[in-house]
Design a binder for this molecule. Structure first.
Ligand code: ZN
Ligand code: ZN
Length: 328
């Protein structure tokens, strides 16, 4: 079944768009008005006239792109009206400030999940169950093979990985915003008591989180990459973009790992070029996606951001839920 051309939320030029409110959601191009679910760059485009987001997302975005953006902020749960459409943000549990966005027009409810997860994460608000008629869910990890281990176990594995190689420097690659802070928070609960260093891009986000009241372990900012070899027994957090290229060229005696949901796939782990992979994700796994769909009580579900074939098949067989496809 396809969405109607006049449905409250639809696809336009490859983006989610609400015609009634003339507002775009996480657009990948400059538009007049953009709702931003969270501060990851794949959900943000420069050059929009006006942005609307939660307070935390606005602070993180400004830290990343500068103060020169026109951004209006709202509390979670605060309803505002544009051209008769009620809009509000709810916690998505993905990273600090991340949100689902709900639209209500003439008693019809639409919910855009944004990137979300249900797993425990002390660095952001927990995913809030929101009831809706139509749910647009992300499905980055929408296959039954994706089933996350407890975060505590992953943190313990990371700690063991570092302490088992006291002669080496342990380089853990992870996204600068969200994943790095969650890892720091988790690692501080483990037995690893050595030094932790952060790349500048991560260090900046750590400070931002701390200023927003999140418990993040103090790390040392890496100023001079040439000294990196002196850090044996320590943990260094680096963004994935530095895993290839000249950054590691001068290093000796180190081990590398990547922290990502994709590392749960053996084939990807092998091909990744890292010594080790830790399967920890800020997205929902298969069960998480299904749980949200069920608890939202949505009768109609649409997917974006990922491969939805398996989910669509599964839900269609359950028959009580319509899986709709966007009219593109
Ligand atoms: Zn994200
Ligand atoms: Zn994303």
């Amino acid at each position: 079944m396809r969405t109607k051309e006049n449905s409250l939320i639809r696809y336009k030029d490859g983006n989610l768009y609400c015609e009634l409110a003339d507002i775009w959601i996480d657009p990948n191009k400059p538009v007049k008005r953009a709702l931003i679910t969270h501060a990851h760059f794949d959900h943000f485009a420069f050059g929009c006239e006006e942005y609307l987001s939660t307070i935390e997302t606005a602070i993180l975005l400004k830290e990343r792109v500068g103060n020169n953006i026109n951004i209006k902020t709202f509390d979670y749960g605060e309803e505002f009206k544009i051209n008769g459409t009620n809009i509000s943000f709810y916690p998505a549990g993905h990273i600090l400030g991340s949100s689902q966005i709900r639209f209500i027009f003439a008693e019809e409810k639409w919910l855009i999940s944004g990137d979300f997860k249900l797993q425990e994460d002390r660095t952001c608000k927990k995913y809030e169950i929101v009831k809706t008629d139509y749910l647009i869910s992300e499905c980055t990890f929408g296959l039954p093979i994706f089933k996350w281990d407890e975060t505590k176990k992953i943190a313990f594995d990371i700690s063991k990985w570092i302490t088992n190689s006291p002669e080496k420097t342990s380089l853990l690659f992870c996204y600068s915003l969200g994943k790095a802070q969650r890892l720091l928070n988790e690692i501080s609960q483990t037995n690893f008591k050595g030094n932790i260093y952060s790349h500048g891009s991560i260090y900046k986000m750590n400070n931002c989180y701390r200023a927003l009241g999140i418990d993040i372990k103090d790390t040392i900012k890496i100023e001079n990459k040439k000294k990196i070899d002196e850090f044996k027994g320590s943990l260094i957090l680096l963004p994935p973009s530095l895993s290839k290229g000249p950054y590691l060229k001068n290093l000796k005696n180190f081990q590398t790992a990547f922290a990502s949901g994709w590392m749960s796939l053996r084939a990807l782990r092998k091909r990744s070029g890292y010594d080790k992979g830790f399967a920890i994700s800020d997205h929902a796994d298969w069960d998480g996606i299904l749980e949200v769909i069920k608890k939202s009580e949505a009768k109609n579900v649409l997917f974006h951001h990922g491969d939805s074939e398996a989910l669509s098949k599964y839900l269609t067989e359950m028959k009580s839920i319509n899986v709709l496809l966007f009219e593109k």
